[in-house]
Design a protein around this ligand. Structure first.
Ligand code: BV8
Ligand code: ZN
Length: 338
């Protein structure tokens, strides 16, 4: 089934401005790699080549350099509302106009954004390794748009482009709905600089099946269970053999049960590679000192790559996926920010 994504609008259309400080990465540029980073990368490459089964747990930091804000820091505020507070059933029942404008603005931003090299590298790893599975906390659809094989990609928290009816008597739900705006009234949602205007419930998205139910975004809100099929599939992968390695990419690891998958792999004796712009070295301090003292990486269980995931993930996965470049778009231009 082909999903026809809308054409890519220009950067200026982005409701979230790129020069938002959250988005700029403080990164140890791979090209200025220190000897210890180069040695760490080499030991990671050796372990990667020997790994048979790999998981990836990804978060908002994976899409940061595609222009989408993360939940931490200033990016986590929308119209001065904490994004995590808006992502709750309570917020939606209290003020569906506010919550729908929040999600409509995020749909617009995600439609404007482009997958970056890390999205493509993970998609490539999935094509090279049947025993590789990505668990994404992201709802932006960028991994799918990077042609990540769908049966090796689990959306733990749903998608901005799924919709479902809130009526108790109706089971309507729809995936891959890229209509924007969903209703004429929601066109105002992207004008974040304009003063907030309340939208009457009648002008919010309604169910095309029962015609009465209010539609809601098909995402998992705080306090709601993850889709059981998704949890089942993740559990099946973890319990059907040792996972040798988990790639933890652009996530603060604060939201559960998603963050719990890292420990489950560790408990199986699997090793961990962390990709984040903000690594607190304490994670692997004692391992580092042992490496310095013994000079061998044999007992290394955690690798950390501090910097922009869009830079480091392709480099870390190169032995398997080769050199990842962004696809040329129709104008032959490199189609992305990076
Ligand atoms: C549930 C969809 C039960 C909506 C989201 C155990 C302990 C404590 C609390 C709990 C617990 N178990 C459950 C809870 C409660 C809660 C929870 O975890 N609360 C937290 C806040 C403490 N969990 C739940 O409510 C879950 N449901 O438990 O249900 C239940 C069971 C049965 C019956 C009824 C109920 C549901 C959680 C899912 C909520 N939905 N998203 C939406 O998106 O609007 S969560 C959402 O926030 C994201 O999906 C993601 O998961 C999370 C944000 O985290 P990250 O993605 O990591 O982003 P963040 O900004 O935090 O960090 C970004 C990182 O990237 C940073 O580290 C930064 O340094 C880095 N970075 C930035 N730029 C870059 C970069 N890295 C690399 N390169 C860059 N360029
Ligand atoms: Zn309905």
């Amino acid at each position: 089934m082909t999903v026809d994504y809308p054409p890519q609008p220009s950067q200026s259309a982005l409701p979230y401005r790129l020069d938002d400080p959250v988005l700029h990465t403080r990164s140890t540029q791979p090209e200025t790699m220190t000897a210890s980073v180069a040695a760490s990368l080499a030991s990671f490459h050796a372990y990667l080549r020997s790994s048979k089964r790999i998981l990836a747990l990804v978060g908002a930091g994976l899409s940061a350099s595609s222009g989408l804000p993360t939940f931490r820091g200033t990016g986590g505020l929308w119209r001065n509302h904490d994004a995590m507070e808006l992502a709750t059933p309570e917020a939606f029942s209290n003020d569906p106009s506010l919550v729908w404008q929040f999600y409509s603005a995020r749909r617009a931003a995600a439609l404007c954004a482009m997958p970056n090299k890390a999205h493509y590298a993970l998609a490539e790893l999935a094509k090279c390794m049947p025993e590789f599975l990505t668990l994404t906390q992201n709802v932006d659809g960028l991994s799918t748009r990077a042609n990540h094989p769908p049966d090796q990609l689990l959306h733990l928290h749903g998608s901005l482009f799924s919709l479902k009816c809130t009526s108790f008597y109706c089971d309507f739900q729809e995936d891959n709905n890229f209509t924007h705006p969903l209703t004429p009234a929601l066109a105002i949602a992207s004008e974040v600089s304009a003063p907030y205007r309340h939208i009457q419930q009648a002008d919010l998205p309604h169910c095309p099946k029962c015609n009465t139910g209010l539609l809601r975004p098909g995402v998992v809100w705080f306090g709601e269970p993850l889709p059981w099929r998704v949890v089942q599939a993740a559990d099946d992968f973890i319990s059907s053999g040792k996972v040798d390695l988990i790639l933890v990419i652009g996530t603060s690891g604060t939201v559960y049960p998603a963050a719990g998958y890292v420990d489950r792999v560790r408990m199986q004796g699997g090793k961990v590679a962390v990709f984040n712009i903000d690594i607190d070295e304490s994670d692997s301090e004692d391992e580092l000192s042992e490496v310095e003292s013994t000079g061998s990486y044999a007992n290394r269980t955690t690798w950390t790559f501090e910097g922009d995931a869009a830079e480091w993930v392709p480099i870390a996965l190169e032995p398997i996926v080769g050199h990842v470049e962004l696809p040329q778009d129709s104008s032959g231009e490199r189609s992305s920010l990076r």
